[in-house]
Design a protein around this ligand. Structure first.
Ligand SMILES: *[C@@H]1O[C@H](CO)[C@@H](O)[C@H](O)[C@H]1NC(C)=O
Ligand SMILES: *[C@@H]1O[C@H](CO)[C@@H](O)[C@H](O)[C@H]1NC(C)=O
Ligand SMILES: *[C@@H]1O[C@H](CO)[C@@H](O)[C@H](O)[C@H]1NC(C)=O
Ligand SMILES: CC(=O)N[C@H]1CO[C@H](CO)[C@@H](O)[C@@H]1O
Length: 485
C-alpha cells in the first residue's frame, strides 16, 4: 500500500491518473514513494497468499469460491500480542501494505501480527470471470464485510493459532475506513477496536461539498482569494470560448485535445478533468511525496504576468507527460469504464480500469457524485445529471442507487451509539471527504486532525509535514492502548 497513494480519487480521471503515476512532467517531481516503515524487511519476504473465499455469502445454494489475496507481516508478533487487521479498499493491495503506514510503527511497539486482506473484485482478487454488469452483483459492502469475518476466523484460529485473548484491531482509510467502522459495528464479537480514518459514512448522492472544502482550503492560503478568483476567470474563459464556434478550436489547440468537444457531456468531462487536478492536490498535496499541493497550484495561478487561462494551461501541461493529444470526450470516458475484461497477465486493469468497480459501488450503494453544483466553489459544468448519466451509460441498465438502504443498514453519520462504541473516527479538516465523516459529536470517539488532508493520520510519523498529525496520532495510539487493556 502506498500510504496513501491509495484511496478514493475521482473515479473519472484516467488521464490524470496516467500522468500522476508516470510522473515525469514538471509539476510532479517524482513518483510517489511507497512509505516503507521497516527497511529491514525485504520486499520478497512478504508474499501474496491465497484464501479460498465464497463468492456469495448469503446464498446457501451457491458454493462457488474465488481466490482472495492476503499478505502477512509476522515480524513483530510474539504469540500473544494483538492482531492488526488492515482493510484494503478500492484498489490493488500492495504487498507493502503490511509494512507501511503509521499502524506498522504501532504494531512494532505492541508486538502485533499484521495482516491485510484484499477487497473482492480489486487487484488480484477477482470474483467472477469478467466485470460485466451482471457479474458485479457480488460487489457489495455486505459481501466485503462477510469476507473479512470469514477470513479473520480462519486466519486466527486455523492458520496462526492466535490465542483467544489476543484482540483484533481493524484499520482502514477512506472507503476502507468506512469498512473498518462497519466491520466493528456489524461484527463486534470479532473486532475489539476499529480505527476509521477519513471514512465517508454519509452516502450522499450529490456530493457538492467536496468542492466546497477545496474552496475553503484555498482560502486558508495567503493568496487564496486571488487564486480562487483566477480559477473562476479561467473557467469562465474556457466556457465562453467553447461556446464560440470559432474559438472552440482555440481551446482544442491550447489544451492539446484530440478533437473539438461539444457543449454538453464533453464539456462536463473536460471541466471535471480540470477540477480533478485540484481535487488530487487537495487530497494528497503536502502529504504524499510527488503530489503537487494546492499551495503550489495557487502560486502558479496568481502569476500576474500572464492571463488566468495561461496559468491554467501551464498547470495542465505540467500534469501531462506525453506528446499525445488529450482525449477528454465523454464517449471515450464511457468506453474506458465499459471495459469489463480481466487481464490476468499484467496490471493494466489494476491501474487504469479499476475505476469501473469503484464506479459501480458509487452507482449502487454510495452515490458520492462530485458535482460543481454549489455556489461556494470555483468550478463549473459538472452537475448532478451528468454524473448520474455516467452510471446509466456505463452499466447499460439503470443500476439501483440505494443510498437510502445504505443509511438504514449502517446509520450514516449518526450510527447507533452502542454499535460504534469500539470505533474511532478520525477526520481531517482540509480533507474534501471530511463532510461525509463523523467530525462533530460528544457521543462518538473522534479525533480531528487540524489542517490535515485525506487520511493524513495514516502517514508514518517521520514522513508527515502537517504539524497536527503527530498530536492526533498520539491520541489514536492512546485509544488503542485503552482498547487493549
Ligand atoms: C507480547 O507483547 C505484548 C505487548 O508488547 C506483551 O504485553 C506480552 O507480554 C508479550 N508476550 C510475550 C509472550 O512475550
Ligand atoms: C485563436 O486562434 C487563432 C489562430 O491560431 C489566433 O489568431 C487567435 O488570436 C486565437 N484567439 C484567441 C482568443 O485565443
Ligand atoms: C492551520 O492552518 C492555519 C492557516 O494556515 C494556521 O493559522 C493554523 O495555525 C494551523 N493550525 C494548526 C494546528 O496547525
Ligand atoms: C490501460 C488500459 O488497460 N486501458 C484499457 C481500458 O479499457 C479500454 C476499453 O475501453 C481499453 O481500450 C484500454 O486499453
Amino acid at each position: 500500500m502506498y500510504c496513501l497513494k491509495i484511496y478514493i480519487l475521482f473515479y473519472i480521471l484516467i488521464i490524470s491518473m496516467v500522468s500522476i503515476s508516470q510522473c515525469n512532467s514538471f509539476l510532479i517531481k517524482s513518483k510517489p514513494d511507497v512509505m516503507i516503515v521497516d527497511e529491514s524487511i525485504q520486499i520478497h519476504e512478504i508474499v501474496y497468499q491465497l484464501f479460498v473465499q465464497k463468492v456469495d455469502h448469503f446464498n446457501l445454494l451457491d458454493d462457488r469460491t474465488f481466490f482472495q489475496r492476503f499478505v502477512v507481516n509476522s515480524k513483530y508478533w510474539n504469540g500473544t500480542g494483538p492482531v492488526f487487521f488492515i482493510i484494503s479498499g478500492e484498489q490493488n493491495m500492495e504487498a507493502s501494505s503490511v509494512n507501511s503506514c503509521q499502524y506498522t510503527i504501532w504494531a512494532k511497539q505492541l508486538n502485533a501480527l499484521i495482516v491485510s486482506l484484499e477487497h473482492r473484485y480489486y487487484g488480484g482478487s477477482y470474483v467472477t470471470e469478467d466485470l460485466s454488469t451482471d457479474n458485479l452483483k457480488y460487489l457489495t459492502t455486505q459481501q466485503a464485510l462477510a469476507d473479512c469475518v470469514v477470513f479473520i476466523d480462519w486466519f486466527t484460529k486455523v492458520y496462526y493459532h492466535v490465542p483467544s485473548s489476543s484482540k483484533i484491531i481493524s484499520f482502514g482509510g477512506s472507503y476502507a475506513g468506512t469498512l473498518s467502522a462497519y466491520l466493528a459495528m456489524k461484527y463486534p464479537s470479532k473486532i475489539s477496536f476499529s480505527v476509521a480514518s477519513s471514512a465517508p459514512l454519509n452516502p450522499v448522492v450529490n456530493f457538492y461539498q467536496y468542492m466546497e472544502v477545496i474552496q475553503k482550503s484555498i482560502l486558508l492560503l495567503n493568496n487564496g482569494e486571488k487564486c480562487l478568483n483566477n480559477i473562476k476567470l479561467a473557467n469562465n474563459k474556457i466556457i465562453e470560448m467553447i461556446h464560440d464556434p470559432i474559438l472552440t478550436y482555440n481551446i482544442t489547440k491550447l489544451f492539446g485535445l484530440c478533437s473539438n468537444i461539444d457543449f454538453d457531456n464533453d464539456l462536463s468531462t473536460f471541466m471535471f478533468e480540470i477540477a480533478n487536478v485540484w481535487g488530487t492536490a487537495a487530497q494528497y498535496g503536502n502529504l504524499v511525496p510527488g503530489y503537487i499541493s494546492l499551495d503550489s497550484l495557487c502560486n502558479i495561478m496568481v502569476d500576474d504576468s500572464k492571463e488566468p487561462l495561461d496559468n491554467y494551461l501551464y498547470i495542465w501541461y505540467g500534469m501531462k507527460n506525453s506528446d499525445e493529444c488529450n482525449d477528454v470526450t465523454y464517449q471515450t470516458m464511457i468506453a474506458n469504464f465499459k471495459y469489463s475484461q480481466i487481464d490476468h497477465l499484467n496490471t493494466r486493469n489494476e491501474l487504469f480500469n479499476m475505476t469501473r468497480q469503484w464506479l459501480f459501488q458509487c452507482c449502487t450503494e454510495f452515490g458520492f457524485f462530485i458535482t460543481s453544483d454549489s455556489y461556494d466553489q470555483p468550478f463549473t459544468n459538472f452537475n448532478f445529471n451528468f454524473q448520474r448519466q455516467i452510471c446509466i451509460d456505463v452499466f447499460g441498465k439503470k443500476p439501483t442507487l440505494s443510498t437510502s438502504w445504505t443509511l438504514v443498514e449502517y446509520g450514516g453519520i449518526s450510527p447507533n451509539y452502542n454499535s460504534v462504541r469500539n470505533v474511532l473516527f478520525v477526520s481531517s479538516t482540509n480533507d474534501p471527504w471530511s463532510s461525509l465523516s463523523i467530525s462533530k459529536s460528544n457521543q462518538y470517539k473522534i479525533v480531528i486532525v487540524e489542517n490535515g488532508t485525506h487520511c493524513s493520520d495514516m502517514i508514518p510519523i517521520n514522513e508527515v509535514s502537517v504539524p497536527d498529525v503527530a498530536r492526533a496520532q498520539n491520541e489514536i495510539f492512546n485509544y488503542i492502548l485503552d482498547a487493549l487493556n
